[in-house]
Design a protein around this ligand. Structure first.
Ligand code: ADP
Ligand code: MG
Length: 248
């Protein structure tokens, strides 16, 4: 009988084979509510594939993925988003021709109040929420600018904002600070530390300085398996980790 769990997200025995090659191999991974977990590991370790499996982009060959104690392995990507899992890809998918405001506005979840009587309420609700998110992602001053005029880092923040406005329980980010300046990295760390107050976050990241500034727990992935897991100090002291990753 399946055990019920207090974890927000639980992966058990998860395997995916691509033509016989196991990119993720019998993986167990548990994420708590309110946790900010960082996944690190060398190139090809299977990090992005793990996110693909959680968000339903890739199907598991074997194993179970439970979100809020419900099996999600059979669901479509869209259904998984509706369950409350948001995922940011490495390249931002924002609308260049639209303003920051419009990008956030179109991401606001629709269809909650479908009847006309609430129309004006909804509109002010959306405007308020868009402004709140814009401030959180450091783009209040750019709110009417077209997205294409933003810096690389600002575009990354905008995409994070587009996910936040959907209010996911779990937000997954694949290398969010790649290509960012030092000051943008510091602000991104502060942003992540703010947003975990209401949700859990899983971040894949290479930049160890950044990881140190955000991580609660770190999972080291290697050849599709968990090589080590613990706080930053324990991970940095782990001889296996040094061997496969940090020493390089
Ligand atoms: P990471 O994000 O840790 O760098 P990935 O998850 O992108 O690693 O890839 C893990 C391994 O799986 C790599 O060897 C990669 O080539 C392979 N892989 C990932 N996705 C596919 C796919 N759709 N088809 C075949 N092989 C894949
Ligand atoms: Mg990757």
């Amino acid at each position: 009988m399946a055990n019920s769990t207090d974890f927000l997200l639980a992966l058990e025995g998860v395997t995916v084979s691509f033509d016989g090659f196991k990119a993720v191999n019998d993986l167990n991974l548990y994420i708590d509510k309110g946790e900010l977990r960082v996944i690190i590991g060398p190139n090809g370790a299977g990090k992005t594939t793990v996110l693909d499996l959680i968000c339903g982009r890739t199907r598991v060959s074997n194993g179970s993925i439970k979100f809020q104690d419900h099996e999600i392995t059979g669901l479509t990507e869209h259904e998984i988003v509706k369950r409350g899992i948001g995922r940011k890809f490495q390249t931002p998918s924002i609308y260049d021709d639209l303003s920051v405001f419009e990008n956030l506005e179109i991401s606001f979840p629709r269809g909650r109040n479908v009847f006309g009587a609430l129309f004006w309420n909804r509109t002010s609700e959306i405007i308020e929420r868009v402004q709140e998110i814009a401030e959180m992602i450091y783009l209040s001053d750019q709110i009417n600018q077209r997205a294409e005029t933003l810096s690389h880092g600002q575009k990354q923040w905008l995409e994070i904002g587009m996910l936040l406005i959907q209010d996911p329980e779990l937000l997954m980010l694949d290398e969010p600070v790649a290509g960012m300046s030092v000051s943008e990295r510091v602000k991104t760390a502060a942003l992540l530390n703010t947003i975990i107050k209401n949700r859990s976050v899983v971040v894949i990241e290479h930049d160890m300085k950044f990881v140190e500034s955000i991580a609660h727990r770190v999972t080291v992935l290697h050849q599709g398996k968990v090589l080590a897991e613990g706080d930053m100090e324990a991970i940095q002291a782990d001889p296996h980790v040094k061997e496969v990753y940090l020493g390089h």
